[in-house]
Design a binder for this molecule. Structure first.
Ligand SMILES: Cc1cc2nc3c(=O)[nH]c(=O)nc-3n(C[C@H](O)[C@H](O)[C@H](O)COP(=O)(O)OP(=O)(O)OC[C@H]3O[C@@H](n4cnc5c(N)ncnc54)[C@H](O)[C@@H]3O)c2cc1C
Length: 426
């Protein structure tokens, strides 16, 4: 696609210590991070979903390819889906070479994102530990470590004594119900501030002329003679030769509007956070066997997550069963935090695929693209997905880094099995 320019490029306020001081002293307020717009009747690209994937795609379309006549349309608000509900773990220690290369590119993009967007995304590479409580998990950890090393990703299997040094309060004794035999240690892994990433991309895309259209529900997709022509929304129709589905938990509903069927089942995923306490946990700790993971925020809260609820649903409500089960599993690992109180819990939707890898690229409908199947692990992939989808839209050619994640793989039996690295350890 030739480079096209929308109107409305503007320079956002610079976030800096000097400007903070200046505005504090003069009383001058900060402008809105992104603007509101009326719908144009036509755009060159319509992206459905203002989560990290939709926003990153729009941002890289504008910044890397100068395609700015773009709308990001969301039925709710920026980050109202999984992108504002996740537990913000970023890592690249996956199982398949395709997966490792893909997520590693995302980590690299995240490392420079704060400077690029002039937005503090609080990326904290504090190290990531996946515990092994049995021989088969340990074997998978060794396998992952070898694949990671071959792909140049820092990852190794360590024993209980080294784990104890990294997480001193963890019970690594062999008297526990699920003794810890070892762990996959991944130093570049860590956490990020998810809202800041969403807002930073939204602000960056907006400043380059992209329209972010919140409270705009896509109710239908116009397909004629095998090609997409635009979308119907609650605020009017929009014509567009390219429509991208970035709706994660709602992906199969939205794709069905274009007549494209996806092998996706939506499950709720819950998480919980405790009251804040003095910081004592540096690394992110994951136990697949105990269905639990934990990290501590800079404010001191412990953030807990688990695997998805075991039934398909579009409900985003937390449940007491989840908290009870989670608490039991957490105390297996860390008996000393028994007196801490859970502050709140929440849920989001996860678009699960059969092989725990995403679905990205073209579909049988010309101009209708998907960037979906993000399950429990898609936040960390926002930057690389946005970069690759933008390249695909701009050039019409599928970038090598996402080639294995095409929709056709399910019909052709080329699954990219990531279950061993993506089921609990988001
Ligand atoms: C509790 C929890 C913990 C998680 N932890 C992690 C983690 O630690 N690390 C990690 O990498 N991933 C994690 N994930 C997964 C991650 O959050 C998602 O994979 C990712 O955010 C998906 O981003 P997205 O941009 O594709 O979709 P979303 O952020 O879900 O955005 C989709 C958007 O589409 C919009 N939409 C839907 N239908 C329509 C329509 N018809 N018209 C217009 N708009 C529509 C929605 O309003 C929504 O805003 C977690 C998820 C949950 C729920």
């Amino acid at each position: 696609m030739a480079a096209m320019n929308g109107s409305g490029v503007h320079k956002p306020a610079k976030y800096s210590a000097f400007n903070l001081l200046r505005r504090g002293l003069t009383g001058e307020g900060w402008p809105r991070a992104w603007r509101t717009h009326d719908l144009r009747p036509a755009y060159d690209v319509v992206i459905i979903g203002a989560g990290v994937h939709g926003l990153a795609t729009a941002y890289y379309l504008a910044v890397n390819h100068h395609i700015t006549n773009v709308a990001v349309v969301d039925r709710g608000y920026v980050g109202g889906g999984g992108s504002g509900r996740n537990t913000a773990i970023v890592r690249s220690n996956y199982l398949t070479p395709e997966g490792v290369r893909f997520y590693d590119r995302s980590v690299k993009l995240y490392e420079r994102l704060a400077a690029e967007l002039n937005f503090n995304v609080m990326f904290s590479q504090r190290g990531h530990l996946t515990l092994a409580h049995n021989d088969s998990s340990l074997r998978t950890m060794r396998w992952r470590a070898e694949v990671n090393k071959l792909e140049g990703v820092d990852s190794e299997v360590i024993g209980p004594a080294e784990i104890k040094k990294l997480v001193p309060f963890m019970d690594v004794g062999d008297e526990t119900r699920y003794p810890i035999l070892g762990a996959l240690y991944h130093p570049p892994g860590g956490t990020i501030r998810h809202d800041a990433v969403n807002w930073g991309y939204a602000r960056g895309a907006d400043s380059l002329g992209v329209h972010i259209l919140q409270n705009t529900d896509v109710t239908g997709i116009d397909v004629r003679e095998g090609a997409v022509r635009g979308v119907h929304t609650t605020r009017g129709d929009i014509a567009a030769p390219i429509v991208v589905n970035c709706t994660a938990g709602w992906a199969s509903i939205v794709s069905a509007m274009a007549g494209v069927s996806l092998p996706i089942i939506t499950h709720p995923l819950q998480a919980a956070v405790t009251e804040p306490v003095k910081v004592f946990l540096e690394a992110v700790v994951v136990s697949g066997t105990l269905h639990v993971y934990v990290s501590q925020t800079d404010r001191g809260e412990l953030v807990f997550g688990a695997s998805t609820d075991p039934y398909a649903s579009y409900s985003m409500r937390g449940s007491l069963e989840f908290t009870e089960e989670l608490a039991g599993h957490v105390l297996e690992l860390m008996p000393s935090i028994a007196k801490m109180r859970v502050l709140r819990q929440w849920a989001g939707l996860c678009d699960m695929t059969p092989d725990f890898s995403p679905i990205m690229g073209m579909t049988p409908v010309d101009g209708f693209l998907v960037d979906v199947g993000w399950g429990t692990y898609g936040f960390k992939a926002g930057p690389v997905s946005g970069e690759a989808m933008a390249q695909l839209i701009a050039t019409g050619k599928t970038p090598e880094i996402i080639a294995s994640f095409d929709l056709a793989r399910f019909a052709e039996g080329r699954l990219v099995g990531e279950k061993g690295a993506a089921a609990v350890g988001h």
